[in-house]
Structure formats: structure tokens, C-alpha cells
Design a protein around this ligand. Structure first.
Ligand code: SAH
Length: 369
């Protein structure tokens, strides 16, 4: 920034759209979409808003938050719980969200094995002694493949109305670009990481030297590390307190998969039966017509007609029972995708759906319509 810059010279009130905190979260979200980490920990997670945004990133299977302040985490942590829709339509991915109360100055084994660790507007809240321990805990102990650290750029402060010393009364310091970059480069060098600098909150035109309002360092671990070696090499006592844990329903869990498959099988079979019965009733008066499947013109029937390639796949009515071959049901994309193999379909619906005596078809009694 121009050393002669006077605050009075700049009269326009800076307003960021979207708000700066949202830009920071979006920055993290974009990184997640780009690098697809499976395990993400947010240190200094406060009211869990970033974690809430990240739970919608489909690549993430483990989300953890850490903060010294349990009450701030608890404010909105219910937002991290599964919704009824998550139970009605369990996702393919598994997702576990955990919140811990503890300090980034202490090591805890629950923070091992993460791919991405985010520290958004955290370091400026740390006491000198905590800041000293922070690199060893995050880069030495947790050692994720990526770390994102954001912190205020003090050179931007003169452009912010009402800011005298720091942007927030709890900030212990605010660094210039040079100060942050020198700390980050030193830390990266010490723990074998590389670091790239960027930020969010553009300075006004003509004042580009001031830099971003929020400065960001993105660190990449230079050496490979396997998940298995991490835990065994670093025996440490647990010191954090778990204050929240949610395990989302997932199709990876056999009981949710079975539920989903049974529901889908019944849905498909009911639809086929419905179409078959409507045709069957139309021809009821005409004994010449056989009660084989005669699709009508809508999308479902159209699809079904294409599927039914041979007689063994054809649904039929016998007496007051409708038979819908499992091979036909298995040909429906969702059933197929859920089960993977025909054998798995048979295994999952066994005892849950009424089948013909040879087990090859779903049977419905038309009298119980
Ligand atoms: N990351 C959030 C909150 C930033 S405020 C956001 O971007 O909105 C900083 C947070 O760090 C506060 O919630 C504070 O309680 C927490 N904090 C302060 N010292 C900490 C420490 N030593 N370890 C973990 N969290 C800490």
C-alpha cells in the first residue's frame, strides 16, 4: 500500500457483495469442489456455518469442527443433523459430522487422517503461546494434504470505516501481507509444505497495492502420507471433548440399502401392475384377447415395452394374481444401480416382498388392490 495513503482521502464506504465471510466460505467450497477431499476439519469453526455449507459437497465423507468455545458451536449445531429427507432418500455416500471442544494448541488423535484442514479467521484470535504451538499441531501432527489459512490483511484496515486498531476486539494481532507471507513461508518450509497466496475482498480500483481484505494462504503437503501410518506413528492421548456426532443414513449401510431397494422394487412393480391391470380390464369383456402386458402410451409404458425383450420378462395375470418377473424389475435403472447384481437384488428383497413359488417374480393379489 502507498505509504502516504491517508484514510481521509478515501470516502467511499466499502461494501462487499456477497459479504466477506460468505466469500471466504465460498473460497473453501470451491477448493473442495476442485480437490475433492474426503475428510475435512474446520479449526475455529465457531457456529459451524462453514461446516454446514460443506456438508452438501458430495465428495466429503468426514467433517469435523473444533473450537474452544462449546457454547458458540452449540448455537446452530442442529443444522448439522440429518433431515427427514436424508432418511427417506439415503445418499450413496456416507457422512459423519463431529464437533470437538478443544484448542489448536493441543494435539488429539481425532484430528489425524484429514485431507483438508481449514482455519478461517482463526490465527488472529490465538495468544502468542498458542500461535507458537499451532504450526506443530496442524502441519507437524495433523499433517493433512492441504491447509487453508485466512486472516485479516491489516493494510486494508484504513479503507474500512470505524476500524482503528483491529477489526475485532478479540484479535490479538492483524498482519500485513509481508508479515503473513513471511510466517506462512517459514511454516511451510519447516514442515515440508508449499504455499500459495491469494485472498477475497478486492481493493478498490487504483488501490491494488493494498491487497485483498482477507488474505489467504493455501498450503500443499509435499510428501505423501498414507492414512494407516498416520495413527500408529503418532500415539497421543485424547484431550478434546466430543460435543456432537451425526452419522448420516447411507446406502453403504446394508439396512438403508435394503429399505431403498424394497421401496423401489415395490414402486416399480406397482406401476407395472397398474398398467397391466388397466389393459386387462379393457379386454375383460373380450375373451379372445390374452391378458399379457399391453402398454399404454405414456413414458413408463414406453420404457417398459423397450425393456421387455423376451417372454420371460413379460408380466402377466393368472387368476387373481399379477406376476412381475424380477429380471424386468432389475432392468429398471434405479433398481439396477442400487443392487449392482441380480443376486444382490434377490438377497435384499428376500422375506420383504411376496414372490412366486420359484422366486422369479413379484406377486400381487389383484383382490387386495
Ligand atoms: N471460522 C469462523 C470463526 C472465526 S472466529 C468463521 O470464519 O466465521 C475464531 C474462532 O476461533 C472463535 O469461534 C473462537 O472461539 C475460536 N478459537 C479461538 N482460539 C481457539 C483455539 N485455541 N483453538 C480452537 N479455536 C479457537
Amino acid at each position: 500500500m502507498d505509504k502516504n495513503f491517508q484514510k481521509e482521502e478515501f470516502t467511499e464506504v466499502i461494501k462487499f457483495t456477497p459479504p466477506l465471510y460468505k466469500q471466504r466460505y465460498q473460497f473453501v467450497k470451491d477448493l473442495v469442489e476442485k480437490y475433492k477431499p474426503k475428510k475435512v476439519a474446520d479449526l475455529g469453526c465457531a457456529d459451524c456455518r462453514l461446516l454446514w455449507m460443506l456438508k452438501f459437497c458430495r465428495c466429503i465423507e468426514v467433517l469435523a469442527g473444533l473450537d474452544t468455545c462449546a457454547s458458540v458451536m452449540k448455537e446452530k449445531m442442529h443444522m448439522l443433523s440429518p433431515l427427514p429427507i436424508d432418511y427417506l432418500q439415503p445418499s450413496e455416500r456416507s457422512l459423519t459430522v463431529t464437533l470437538h471442544q478443544g484448542s489448536v494448541a493441543h494435539k488429539d488423535p481425532c484430528m489425524l487422517g484429514f485431507d483438508l484442514v481449514t482455519c478461517i479467521e482463526l490465527i488472529e484470535h490465538l495468544e502468542e503461546s498458542e500461535l507458537k504451538k499451532f504450526p506443530e499441531v496442524v502441519f507437524g501432527f495433523m499433517a493433512p494434504s492441504m491447509v487453508v489459512i485466512s486472516t485479516p490483511n491489516s493494510e486494508f484496515n484504513p479503507l474500512l470505516p470505524g476500524v482503528t486498531l483491529h477489526r475485532h476486539p478479540d484479535h490479538k494481532f492483524e498482519w500485513t501481507q509481508a508479515q503473513f507471507q513471511s510466517w506462512a513461508l517459514e511454516t511451510a518450509k519447516c514442515y515440508d509444505y508449499s504455499v500459495e497466496f491469494t485472498g477475497v475482498g478486492h481493493p478498490p480500483t487504483g488501490m491494488e497495492n493494498v491487497g485483498f481484505c482477507t488474505q489467504i494462504g493455501v498450503f500443499f503437503r509435499k510428501y505423501p502420507q498414507t492414512g494407516e501410518s498416520v495413527q500408529s506413528e503418532k500415539p497421543t492421548e485424547a484431550v478434546y471433548k466430543t460435543v456432537f456426532k451425526a452419522v448420516y443414513p447411507s446406502l453403504k449401510d446394508e439396512k438403508f440399502l435394503q429399505n431403498a431397494v424394497v421401496n423401489e422394487v415395490i414402486f416399480v412393480a406397482q406401476n407395472i401392475k397398474h398398467h397391466l391391470m388397466s389393459k386387462h380390464e379393457e379386454y375383460d369383456d373380450d375373451p379372445e384377447r390374452e391378458s399379457r402386458f399391453q402398454p399404454s402410451v405414456d413414458y413408463f409404458s414406453d420404457y417398459l415395452r423397450k425393456l421387455v425383450v423376451d417372454q420371460t420378462m413379460e408380466p402377466f395375470v393368472k387368476g387373481n394374481e399379477v406376476y412381475i418377473p424380477l429380471v424386468t424389475i432389475f432392468s429398471f435403472p434405479k433398481v439396477n444401480r442400487l443392487c449392482g447384481t441380480f443376486e444382490k437384488l434377490c438377497k435384499l428383497i428376500a422375506g420383504k416382498v411376496t414372490l412366486s413359488s420359484d422366486g422369479s417374480a413379484v406377486v400381487f393379489n389383484t383382490e387386495y388392490e
